[in-house]
Design a protein around this ligand. Structure first.
Ligand code: DAH
Length: 352
């Protein structure tokens, strides 16, 4: 047999061997690497063929070299395909092994947060007003004297403008921290045309601090402007509100009082939630709890915002949110609401 024939036969044997070695479809990356060494490595079968080539006659060399190269190329390509397949298989396998079922229930949380009593109270109150058709309004905490006092019919020498009550900002005259949420009445009325039903919660500021007063506190303001609004409507709204907050039929009463932006003006009291009017420590034996102020909107206020007081009437009311929260949740010290004590706050529910 010529050397060329020997070489060709050897090539055929290698082809058959390689075919057998790769017949098993699912080779892993390591097995593929081993085959590469076996056939193409320094001491591999194809490399060894090169030795045989040396003995082939000069004329036959190019032809023999060509078939060996084709064999090498064929093996390289096949191994590359197998390597890629092996890698993909490994990825699928690891993805399958690490499968994460996002629909599984998570472990129950150890502790849930709670809402601050003032937040709870605000939500309950706003819900009650929304169900009566009121729109919730917001207004600035830093405001001009005009909105907080001037347009609300406070005369220039009214004691409420005094330094003892009001925090002035800057030049002590025009810009202040609002002393009540009544400023929102003016903002809302100047923005909208009647009919209007507005409720507006917010922070308010007065230069005052003792067991029943904090320099920052919360109020809720509300008002209605329409044709033919009278004090009966006002009493009805207040009764509804208190029923929503305290969940029981407690009486309310109005006592004549003075606020520059209402005429007539009154304060409203609630029958004591603790003794239901018999007299106790909480109501200081009067049987009543003072809650806030209200009245029919003064014509001068309508004039300041450009409403015709011959056509429109309205009522307004305002009360302290902190005080109602204290009564509703039986708290004894206003300052508890502002200290941020986790143990105290953790006792309240997560929703109203
Ligand atoms: N703004 C008043 C205050 O802070 C409360 C108040 C009284 C609001 C009468 C009103 C009202 O809307 O009609 O003491």
């Amino acid at each position: 047999m010529s050397k060329l024939n020997e070489c060709v036969q050897r090539i055929e044997e290698i082809k058959v061997a390689f075919h057998e070695d790769t017949a098993n479809a699912s080779l892993n990356s390591r097995a593929v690497e081993e085959l590469k060494v076996k056939y193409l490595g320094r001491k591999g079968l194809v490399t060894a063929l090169m030795e045989t080539l040396k003995e082939v006659s000069k004329e036959d060399k190019p032809a023999a070299g060509k078939i060996i190269n084709e064999l090498r190329k064929g093996i390289e390509e096949k191994l590359e395909t197998l390597r890629a397949a092996a890698e993909e298989g490994a990825l699928d396998e690891s993805l399958a092994a690490q499968r994460l079922d996002v629909t599984l229930p998570v472990a129950a949380m150890q502790s849930k947060g709670s809402l601050h009593p003032v937040t709870l109270m605000r939500r309950i109150i706003l819900d009650a007003f929304r169900s009566l058709g009121f729109t919730v309004y917001d207004g600035p905490e830093i405001d001009l004297d005009f909105y907080n006092f001037g347009a609300l019919n406070f005369k220039d020498d009214h004691p409420a403008r005094d330094m003892q009550d009001t925090f002035f900002i800057g030049d002590r005259s025009k810009t202040i921290l609002r002393t009540h949420t009544s400023n929102i009445q003016i903002h809302a009325m100047m923005h909208e045309r009647p009919p209007l039903r507005v409720v507006a919660p917010g922070r308010t500021y007065r230069c005052d601090s003792d067991i029943t007063h904090t320099p920052m506190f919360h109020q809720v303001e509300g008002f209605i402007v329409d044709e033919n609004i009278d004090m009966g409507d006002m009493k009805g709204v207040i009764d509804q509100l208190l029923k929503a907050v305290f969940g029981q039929d407690l009486s309310t009463r109005l006592r004549p009082s003075f606020f520059p932006f209402v005429e007539p003006g009154a304060e409203f009291d609630l029958q004591c939630v603790s003794c239901r009017g018999k007299g106790c420590r909480i109501c200081k034996n009067t049987g009543w709890l003072e809650l806030g102020g209200l009245g029919m909107i003064h014509p001068n206020v309508f004039e300041a915002v450009g409403y015709d007081s011959e056509i429109y009437t309205g009522f307004a009311f305002g009360f302290g949110l902190d005080r109602i929260a204290m009564l509703r949740y039986g708290l004894s010290d206003l300052r508890q609401l502002f200290e941020g004590n986790q143990q105290f706050l953790g006792q309240f529910p997560t929703h109203p």
